[in-house]
Design a protein around this ligand. Sequence first.
Ligand code: DC
Length: 435
Amino acid sequence: MGYRNIVTNCALDGPSGAGKSTIARAVARRLGYIYVDTGALYRAIGLYVTRRGADTKSPAEVEPLLSEIGLKLEYSDGKQIVLLNGEDVSGLIRTNEISMAASNVSAIPKVREFLLELQRSIAASNNIVMDGRDIGTVILPNANVKIFMTASAEVRAKRRYDELVGKGEDVSYETVLREINQRDYNDTHRDIAPLKKADDAIELDTSDMGIEEVVNRVCEIIIEKTSADSHRKKTLSEVRLFFYGIVRLGVRLAMRTMVSLKYEGCENVPRKGPYIVASNHISWADPVYVSAGIRNISSYMAKESIFKNKLLSVLLRMLNAFPIKRGQSDRDALRTAMKYLNRGYSLTIFPEGTRSKDGKLGKGKSGVAFISHFAKCDVLPVGIKIDKQQGKRTRVTVRYGKPILYKEIRLGSSFSAAELRRSRDLIMSRIGELL
Ligand code: DC
């Protein structure tokens, strides 16, 4: 797909009773991801419509009710809780009657539209395993991993029958099989987002597999796929670096005619990219000062306002600079950052966001920690000191610190703001030590 996701999204689709929820839950627990059971959302709507005495098959009766429905998913100890207008309905939606109601309402286009954004917003900022019918095809077409899980109707009916009997429900195997076949038919024949395998999904027939075996296989697939993503990270070619080296030397000589330039800690600079360069910010020339001591070619994250001038914007982009909107998380900027890092460039960021007026190091923003975590890239801290001396040339000292390993920065799978602040503070303190 077009871009590499910042988080890992695993789409797990398949027919009713294929064991998706059991597997997705276990896989999510093992990998520290969040398990999102999207069927529960359709079930909650099915429950609401049934309670209101409306026909779950009738768009005319169901659609007006949607505006009365508030749905929320919460997670506690890895368990998903479904809140329907604030009421926990997680248990109530698991009956046979509601299974059918869910299948019926799920064929109504307005219902699917109603649930689309909720599902996408959960996936956008979390590592997830999301199970459903149209996750790989419609909801998350860019998911990094797509699995289509099947099993024969008889095996699925037997599994569901055992589950229902275990819960004390009085049903016959034949009824369950009939309902499974009916739901299969409904789910694959509806006009909108019918159950079907995405072209790039891996098919997994679990008819003859035990639970543990399937969990292992799915974990394997996810790890293989996502580490293939990180292996995609390249380094820049020696030829490019050689020519860049000549330009860099020229720039350094030119700078020396204007300021007295001194580099320290050059042994700490990694020989090859990608890595993130995080520096304090005093002068407009800082990107040049920082880069002139580094062998790898860098990209630069810069505030949006300097791209306003068309001519300057063209020049900046030629120099691998790209804008970030301040004060909000900017997914385009993050994606561009990932793109450069995956190609082997470094990424230079001034985490203070703006130049320091009094020369003191500011608190810094969390972007560096965030990108380091997702791109699995180390951070090279840099301290720039500028001494303006009366009657003499300004003295600029650029000090490179020991790289902060991404493992030191790494955040949990659904990290909190406090965790992000801790990693940010670590980075800022390493920059501070160099000043
Ligand atoms: O996975 P489940 O059995 O809890 O799903 C209940 C119904 O909801 C199922 O019959 C089809 C529908 N569904 C859907 O259409 N799309 C999804 N992503 C998930 C469920």
